[in-house]
Design a protein around this ligand. Structure first.
Ligand SMILES: Nc1nc2c(ncn2[C@@H]2O[C@H](COP(=O)(O)OP(=O)(O)OP(=O)(O)O)[C@@H](O)[C@H]2O)c(=O)[nH]1
Length: 320
């Protein structure tokens, strides 16, 4: 080869090596036994390990925390099939546990990484080495996680009634529908309670709307204290509430209703000026095969509630 061509080739190789060293991604070349042949500046900066300490050494001995089985499963097809593989931070947040110091994404305790593993062919066309490329994707990952979290919070907020912290009517009705379908499929018992505060208009008229709101809040608090984790309680209307008692028969439902009724009756609701006592009326209905829709289920519980209103209030009634 003429000198000029050789010089030009050497220059190209020299430049390429410069680029490999300074590029802002991690580059690691390994042989068939996972011994390291190339370790660029990015890997040195983030691991604190210098090339002289890693070259010709086995990557699993140098980094005992590497998920060895998983990593081998990713690399073996690259050796055997001569095709590249990729891993993303969503599958596994990182391969190398590198600290992360960026001020903007300061919430990240480590560097999130995507990785690519490329086959490197020898002169006979066999894959003698693989090249692992490590990308720092912390900014993307942190933003995406923050977005997911914000969406979850928004979703939770859109399900909750602001005044009572119970489910709002829309979300509660979705649950009623689900419970109805569950009964249809598995015949697991479920009991519905609809209740409202007696003579609530009078509370508003006598003490004002703010006190009325406080009464609604404190009755909701009584309800929350009675609930099991599987019960689903919502604010159905102004001073009307719905409770779905899962895996509960009419007998259990009536027990719950009476317990709640007594708790509210005994509660002294403290307002700025005085104590107020209120009572509630409750309609109870266990789901049965002849109830064809959830609307029918609601109407039956409502008829129980209506019966209580007609017969003196401060009581609970099963219907049918
Ligand atoms: N303070 C307050 N009042 C509300 C709210 N939502 C509905 N109300 C009031 O609740 C009252 C309900 O009155 P009614 O439906 O006549 O029932 P009631 O006076 O409780 O009588 P019975 O149910 O028959 O015992 C109305 O005056 C509504 O304005 C609310 O969020 N806050």
């Amino acid at each position: 080869m003429p000198d000029r061509e050789l010089n030009s080739l050497l220059k190209d190789v020299h430049w390429l090596m410069d680029i490999l060293q300074n590029i802002d991604v991690g580059l690691v070349v390994m042989d068939r036994d996972y011994n390291i042949s190339l370790w660029n500046q990015f890997m040195q900066n983030h691991s604190g390990k210098f090339p002289e300490g890693v070259l010709e050494r086995n990557i699993f001995e140098l980094f005992p925390d590497l998920p060895q089985d998983w990593f081998r499963r990713k690399c073996e097809p690259v050796f055997l099939l001569q095709s590249a593989t990729f891993t993303t931070w969503e599958q596994r947040p990182y391969l190398f546990h590198f600290p992360h110091y960026r001020p903007i994404t300061g919430t990240a305790r480590f560097m999130y990484q995507n990785c690519t593993i490329l086959p490197l062919l020898d002169t006979q066309g066999n894959v003698s080495h693989i090249c692992l490329i490590v990308y720092d994707v912390t900014d993307t990952a942190v933003n995406k996680r923050a977005q997911i979290e914000a969406n979850q919070q928004l979703q939770a907020l859109s399900r909750i009634d602001h005044l009572t912290q119970l489910y709002n009517r829309g979300y509660w009705e979705q649950n009623l529908h689900q419970e109805f379908l569950r009964f249809d499929r598995y015949e697991i018992p479920a009991t519905l309670i609809l209740f409202d505060i007696d003579h609530f208009k009078k509370v508003n008229d006598t003490h004002g709307h703010t006190v009325g709101d406080e009464v609604i809040r404190q009755v909701s608090q009584c309800l929350r204290e009675q609930l099991r984790e599987t019960d689903i309680a919502g604010r159905y209307g102004g001073e009307e509430f719905g409770v779905i008692l899962t895996a509960t028969t009419q007998e259990g439902g009536l027990d719950f209703a009476e317990r709640l009724r007594r708790t509210v009756e005994q509660k002294a609701i403290q307002t700025d000026r005085q104590q107020i006592h209120v009572t509630i009326s409750l309609g109870v209905c266990e789901l049965a095969a002849d109830i064809k829709t959830e609307q029918e289920w609601l109407q039956l519980a409502d008829q129980g509630l209506y019966y209580c209103k007609e017969h003196g209030r401060n009581q609970s009634r099963c219907y049918p």
